[in-house]
Structure formats: structure tokens, C-alpha cells
Ligand binder design. Structure first.
Ligand code: NDP
Ligand code: GDR
Length: 361
């Protein structure tokens, strides 16, 4: 085991304002860590997911602190690392939307590929190789075009998007710095994980939010792309515990975290509408296909071809037995629990919005 200062438990999280950053910060604070998060400067507030963790630093020592920064700014990352001297770094920051990566491929490469290098180099420049453990948020998107099912640590990579290709660099540079400089640097190859605080443009949240808004009467139709894509969807709260476990292992290594089950976008639509008592019947095919609410006869789902990707990942299903054996990690929450929780949360939000809308009239 590498030497780690037993008394100091200081984590630095990039991407703290995102879904995983928020849950991981909460989890680490619960374990007694001091947590530093990097947030981007934005013209509007972007800290909603972590506002409940904030305490005014003017009142004394607080365990959760945020700093401005960006994955594209080496000087900023080096300075923050020098000030904070974290014992663990979780690199969660990324342009994380696969579809958007086709629109902004160069920025995605800068933040998601070179950003990883910048952090690893910061560790090296500051001579922190032996005191800081490094977690890289790698992804099942590395597997891309099917080579083997289910996918595991030894499955060959074949990324299918600028995002996947950028993350491929992040994966290998993490492995390379581990081998070249003896760093405790690890990849978590995480399959899709979702929650009520998932970004609204990822398909799970888009669907649960759409279902809720249709149910409450704020919208009529949910527009989607490829209904046939299959994903291994888990709950983000389970996955952040796995990230932490990866950095507590005796030796640095790479791990798949997944549920081992896969479902299509179509099945997710049916399940989510089922949560509000609606049964969906499908009519037509391809881009003409529609989803009709069986009871009312209303069309509630339509296909919008702009959501199709130039190259798609058809099926992801992970084998997390290595994590189970070596880390004792396994997901605790089921897919149906996840969808139930997300629909319930989005219904509550939609109902508040509906009431606010009426108040405003
Ligand atoms: P989110 O999109 O919810 O969060 C991404 C975070 O990165 C946000 O805090 C965002 O800031 C920040 N960020 C984006 N660009 C930059 C930048 N240039 N500099 C600094 N910060 C930046 O993603 P998730 O929480 O879902 O995912 C976390 C990580 O895990 C990502 O790297 C993602 O690629 C990876 N991953 C996610 C999986 C999933 O299913 N959720 C599965 C496998 C991997 P802001 O809030 O200002 O936008
Ligand atoms: P993904 O997640 O690309 O797997 O990346 P996303 O939810 O965006 O797409 C999943 C699948 O659904 C299909 N799809 C749609 N997707 C979106 N976003 N919007 C739609 O309207 C829609 N209709 C169908 C997609 O084509 C795709 O097949 C997520 C991100 O969190 C990455 O950062 C992470 O690395 C991977 O999961 C693992």
C-alpha cells in the first residue's frame, strides 16, 4: 500500500456541480473528508446540486469549499492543487453529453482528454505522486461498437463519438502515468448511472421529466431519437460509493461498475409512463413512429431525427464481477426503483411549476 497521510482526508473534486460531483461530495463529507470542489464561472448560478452542502466559510473551518476553475486552464489546476494538496482527486469534470460532442468536438477533446493530462501533470510538477490518489471518470462509451457482451475490463475499446474518443485518451493517459511514474491512478469504467438530479438532456431524465410535464399538463409531447438503443442503467448514488472504493484498494487498478442488466430506450418510456398509470401503444415505424396513450388516444411520444447520432452505440451491458470480488461493490438500487424515484421527483417539480404558473396569472 502506498504511503498516505493517515490523518488527512482531503478530496478534490472536479465537476462538483454535476450529478456525480454532488453525490460524491455528500458521500465523502459523510465519511469525514474535507471536500474541495472546482466550479466553473458562469453568468448564472450553477451550484444548485451542491447548495445544500454549502456553509459560509467566514464562520470558521468548514468541510466543503468551492473554487473557481476550468479543465482547460493548467495554471489554475496547478495552483489549486498546490494550495489544497489533496490526498484524493476525483476527476469528474467533462463535457459529458455524447450528442453534444458531435457539435463541439474540439472543446470536448480539450476538456475531456487534455484536461486529464493537465491534472496528472499537476500532480507530477508538484511532486505529489506518492501523496495523492487519482480517480479518472472513464466510461462504458469506450466500448462503443460491440466487440463482446457483456463488456468487462478486458473488452477491446471501439469508441463511437468525439466524447468516447476523448475519454479513450483520458483512460490511457491515466494508465500510462500509473505505469510510468508509479502513481496511484485508477479508471472507473462506469456504465450509465442516473438519478433525480441527472442533467435534463440525458435520455432518462428527459423521459421522466417529459412524462411528469405531460401528466401535469405543462406539455403535450415528448420528442426522442433512437428508441432501440440499449443501456445498462444504474443509480448514481451506488456508483459514487464505487468511485471511493476504487481509491481505497491496496493497489491501483481499473474497474467496471455496472448493473449487468440492459434495457432499451423504448422500455424506459413504457415504464416511466406506467408510473403515472398510462400505457403506451406504438404506431408506425422509424422516424414516423408515434407513442399513443392507450386510454386517451393522445399522441405523447414523437420521433425527432435531430436526436439521432451520426454513429450510435447500440448496446451496453457491463460485467462488474471484478469490482464485486476485489472491492465488494455491487449496486443496491434496482432499475424500477430508479425510474419510480425519478418520475416521482419530476412530478413534484412539475406540480410546483404548474402552481407557480397559475400564481403568476
Ligand atoms: P455532468 O454533466 O452532470 O457533470 C459534469 C461536470 O463537469 C459539471 O460540474 C460541469 O460543470 C463540469 N465541467 C464541464 N466542463 C468543464 C470544464 N471545462 N472545466 C471544469 N468543469 C467542467 O456529468 P456526470 O456527473 O453525469 O458525470 C461525471 C463524470 O463521469 C463525467 O466525466 C462523465 O463523462 C463521466 N461519466 C458519467 C456517466 C454517467 O452515466 N453519468 C457514466 C460514465 C462516465 P457545469 O455544472 O458548470 O456544467
Ligand atoms: P449516453 O446517454 O449517450 O449513453 O451517455 P444519453 O442518455 O444521452 O443517451 C442514451 C441513449 O438514448 C438515446 N436517445 C436519446 N438520448 C438523448 N440524450 N436524448 C434523446 O432525445 C434521445 N433519444 C434516444 C441515445 O441515442 C443513446 O443511445 C451517458 C453520459 O452520461 C456519458 O457522459 C456517459 O459516459 C455514458 O452515459 C456512459
Amino acid at each position: 500500500m502506498q504511503a498516505q497521510d493517515a490523518k488527512r482526508r482531503v478530496a478534490l473534486l472536479t465537476g462538483v456541480t454535476g450529478q456525480d460531483g454532488a453525490y460524491l461530495a455528500e458521500y465523502l463529507l459523510g465519511l469525514g473528508y474535507t471536500v474541495h470542489g472546482i466550479k466553473r464561472r458562469s453568468s448564472s448560478f450553477n451550484t444548485a446540486r451542491v447548495d445544500h452542502l454549502y456553509q459560509d466559510p467566514h464562520v470558521g473551518n468548514v468541510p466543503f469549499l468551492m473554487h473557481y476553475g476550468d479543465m482547460t486552464d493548467s495554471t489554475n489546476l496547478i495552483r489549486l492543487m498546490q494550495q489544497i494538496r489533496p490526498t484524493e482527486i476525483y476527476n469528474l469534470a467533462a463535457q459529458s453529453h455524447v450528442g453534444v460532442s458531435f457539435e463541439s468536438p474540439e472543446y470536448t477533446a480539450n476538456a475531456d482528454a487534455l484536461g486529464v493530462l493537465r491534472l496528472l501533470e499537476a500532480i507530477r510538477i508538484l511532486g505529489m505522486e506518492k501523496e495523492t490518489r487519482f480517480y479518472q471518470a472513464s466510461t462504458s462509451e469506450l466500448y462503443g461498437l460491440v466487440q463482446e457482451i457483456p463488456q468487462k475490463e478486458t473488452t477491446p475499446f471501439y469508441p463511437r463519438s468525439p466524447y468516447g474518443v476523448a475519454k479513450l485518451y483520458g483512460y490511457w493517459i491515466t494508465v500510462n502515468y500509473r505505469e510510468a511514474y508509479g502513481m496511484f491512478a485508477c479508471n472507473g469504467i462506469l456504465f450509465n448511472h442516473e438519478s433525480p438530479i441527472r442533467g435534463e438532456t440525458f435520455v432518462t431524465r428527459k423521459i421522466t421529466r417529459g412524462v411528469a410535464r405531460i401528466e401535469v399538463g405543462l406539455e403535450d409531447t415528448l420528442y426522442l431519437g433512437n428508441l432501440e438503443a440499449k443501456r445498462d442503467w444504474g443509480h448514481a448514488k451506488d456508483y459514487v460509493e464505487g468511485m471511493h472504493a476504487i481509491l481505497q484498494a491496496d493497489t491501483p487498478d481499473d474497474f467496471v461498475l455496472a448493473t449487468g442488466e440492459t434495457r432499451s430506450v423504448r422500455e424506459l418510456v413504457e415504464l416511466a409512463f406506467g408510473e403515472v398509470g398510462r400505457r403506451i401503444e406504438w404506431h408506425g415505424s422509424a422516424v414516423e413512429e408515434i407513442g399513443v396513450d392507450a386510454k386517451s388516444g393522445r399522441t405523447v411520444v414523437r420521433i425527432d431525427p435531430t436526436y439521432f447520432r451520426p454513429t450510435e452505440v447500440d448496446i451496453l451491458i457491463g460485467n462488474a464481477s471484478k469490482a464485486r470480488q476485489k472491492l465488494g461493490w455491487k449496486p443496491k438500487r434496482s432499475f424500477s426503483q430508479l425510474v419510480k424515484e425519478m418520475v416521482a421527483s419530476d412530478l413534484a417539480i412539475a406540480r410546483r411549476e404548474e402552481v407557480d404558473g397559475k400564481d403568476a396569472v
